[in-house]
Design a protein around this ligand. Structure first.
Ligand SMILES: O=C(O)CCC(=O)C(=O)O
Ligand SMILES: [Fe+2]
Length: 278
């Protein structure tokens, strides 16, 4: 079953910081998902990201396999990942290219094509600075600034393409049901529909609602780590991408704290009536 859903829209350029903070807080409690508009990420940059992403995925498979995933960076082929491990199907109908912070030297760039490698690096670098700023603003609104500031954020971007259009009669999802495990995810898509959320993950049967793409907006969602940090006040919502009907590209930017950061329920999210759950 599926219905269309109108998620909250957060305007990051609003000068009313108090009201923005409250809207983000409410969105994270009610849905764990929201649209972000006026986020300041240059439209041209977004266009270039999608151009380079489609350029990369059009390489022959042998070329892409030279960059097969290592240390969580690089290429995963069609059906190689299955986000819903309970499924018995062959894997998700998507291929992905994972990129992480430039400084640690772990990224795998398509070296044969120096121009493409340079472009992807530049895009990631530019994007990273802007995306960090957005996430910092979101976190300020979530009163998390005191945690985030001493933490060196670790971030990964994935460029994904889904689309085995002649798959068998089996329903293979573009991305099967999952919640993101990190703090916050920023998602851009090329506008091709497919993303759905299930707001009550423990209820059966599951009710899936479409998340229509909104031109120029990011879709932002909370991950499991943030759910834990906030003593389950904010939701890490189950989501999936429907089986592809046509080529679809998306870019997800996952923000996580550094590995030595201790995640425990925030004091401001606990009380006698709501003791720490984790
Ligand atoms: O492509 C999308 O719309 C969602 C992708 C996603 O959920 C993920 O990469 O975690
Ligand atoms: Fe996800």
């Amino acid at each position: 079953m599926s219905n269309a859903l109108q998620l909250p829209i957060i305007n990051l350029a609003s000068t009313d910081r108090f009201s923005t903070a409250n809207s983000i807080r409410k969105a994270c409690i009610d849905h764990g998902f929201f649209y972000l508009v006026n986020h300041g990420v240059d439209e041209e940059l977004v266009k270039k990201v999608f151009e380079q992403s489609s350029n990369f995925f059009s390489f022959p498979i042998e070329e892409k396999m030279k960059l097969a995933i290592k240390n969580h960076r690089g290429y995963t082929a069609l059906y190689a990942e299955k986000l819903d491990t309970a499924l018995t199907t062959k894997g998700d109908s998507k291929e992905t290219f994972y990129v992480g912070p430039l400084a640690d030297g772990l990224n795998q760039w398509p070296l044969e094509d120096v121009v493409l490698a340079w472009k992807l690096q530049k895009i990631y670098h530019l994007g990273e600075a802007q995306w960090r700023l957005i996430i910092k603003k979101c976190c300020e609104s979530l009163l998390l600034v005191h945690i985030l500031l001493p933490v060196k954020g670790l971030s990964d971007a994935t460029f994904a393409s889904s689309g085995d259009l002649d798959s068998s009669s089996e329903e293979i999802y573009g991305a099967s049901a999952h919640s993101d495990y990190g703090m916050i995810t920023l998602l851009m898509t090329d506008g091709v529909p497919g993303l759905q959320i299930c707001r009550e993950k423990s209820k059966q049967p599951r009710v899936w609602e479409d998340v229509p793409s909104m031109s120029g907006a990011f879709v932002v969602n909370i991950g499991d780590m943030m759910e834990r940090w906030t003593n389950c006040l904010f939701r890490s919502t189950l989501h999936r991408v429907l089986p592809p009907r046509q080529e679809r590209y998306s870019v997800a930017f996952f923000m996580d704290p550094s590995k030595d950061c201790i995640v425990e329920c925030l004091e401001s999210c606990c009380s006698e009536a709501r003791p720490p759950r984790l």
